[in-house]
Design a protein around this ligand. Structure first.
Ligand SMILES: [Mg+2]
Length: 238
């Protein structure tokens, strides 16, 4: 065990990202994107060009509206309105359907999540959920997850930054080196955490939003794991 992993034995607060760390999320955004590009393809537009446009606007809107299903749907809606002169009830209904599927998607925990959290909880570990997006949408998913009781609380912010991380640590009464952030996004989970001295575990997922895929600010400060179950030996929980 290297020095950094040995330090994880003494962690007092485990901070979990939620979307695509505890449960599936990006999958439903990709479905919305596919449904939208199919709708637009039927109206004569090129799906590949639309995907490029959607991803470009994703990155643009992050600093303006933050993350969330509704801002994402607003992006799709504006792309439709800019390209189609005459919006028909069929198009409105289709967008409403795509929006409803995205906002009320099934809550599917990722493999090993329930069991790992249960063991960490039973071992007396302090855990919180720290997620970004819209308050009501994120809280609705947290409440439906069946794992809410394992956590002290769930904090939702529009965008994760070093400042929001520092506030979180202050409210929990721990120092950065006593905390560990676990997440799937280099941009939102890992870099703001290591930027203020918090330990970081990066969970590799097959699909991560394009806007989230950036380099680690300090690769040497990050431990990469394949899934949540890998936390147990690091936390010395059997
Ligand atoms: Mg995530």
């Amino acid at each position: 065990m290297n020095t950094r992993n040995a330090k994880l034995r003494n962690i007092k607060l485990w901070i979990f990202d939620a979307d695509d760390t505890l449960w599936e999320s990006g999958l439903y955004f990709r479905r919305a994107e596919e449904d939208f590009t199919s709708l637009m393809h039927g109206l004569g537009f090129n799906p590949d060009e639309l995907r490029t446009e959607i991803h470009h606007r994703d990155i643009e809107r992050l600093s303006v509206t933050g993350y969330g299903a509704r801002p994402y749907m607003a992006t799709l809606r504006s792309i439709l309105e800019e390209r189609v002169d005459q919006i028909t009830p069929y198009m409105v209904d289709s967008l409403d359907y795509i929006s409803n599927c995205l906002l009320h998607h099934p809550l599917v925990l990722l493999p090993g999540v329930f069991d790992s959290l249960n063991r960490l909880f039973t071992a007396g570990k302090r855990m919180i959920v720290y997620t970004m997006g819209e308050q009501d949408h994120q809280r609705d998913k947290f409440n439906r997850s069946g794992i809410a009781d394992f956590f002290e609380h769930c904090t939702v912010v529009p965008v994760k930054t070093e400042n929001t991380m520092k506030k979180l640590l202050a409210s929990a009464g721990v120092t950065p080196d006593e905390a560990c952030m676990i997440g799937n996004s280099p941009r939102s989970d890992i870099n703001p955490a290591i930027g203020c001295g918090v330990n970081a575990l990066y969970i590799q997922r097959p699909f991560t939003w394009q806007a989230e895929q950036i380099e680690f600010a300090e690769p040497g400060l990050v431990t990469t794991v394949a899934g949540i179950a890998d936390i147990l030996p690091l936390a010395e929980v059997g």
